[in-house]
Design a protein around this ligand. Sequence first.
Ligand code: FES
Length: 141
Amino acid sequence: MEYSKKVLDHFMNPRNVGEIEDATATGTVGNPICGDIMKMYLKIEDNVIVDAKFKTFGCGSAIATSSMATEMIIGKTTDEALVLTNKAVAEALDGLPAVKMHCSVLAEQAVKKALYDYYQREGLMTPEREKMFKILDDDEH
Ligand code: FES
């Protein structure tokens, strides 16, 4: 399978690359399959993600999915962002080659990790939210 136009566009012109200095939460994850690394920065106001940026030492598919993921979560509530799956991001990019699906997990995991950190720190973790992290963890790739 070839890369879709959208994947190539987000790879060549990634959106929201960089750091947020006064980020509300950050999440860093590594991909156990290839060793690539991703750091996600979220700026959250009143439970709404008002800005998101990422930095990655990762492949083109990781860059494209992170770029798309940041576009999809900006403006969303933290709970809405929490249910965003790597599959939904890949679909928004018109698909990824099957062997590259694992790369899209990096963005999802980094967002989740940042949100986990946020809920914990702000005392906002509820059993329902905790459950969402578990469900999503079981439903990878
Ligand atoms: Fe490592 Fe794609 S090969 S994230």
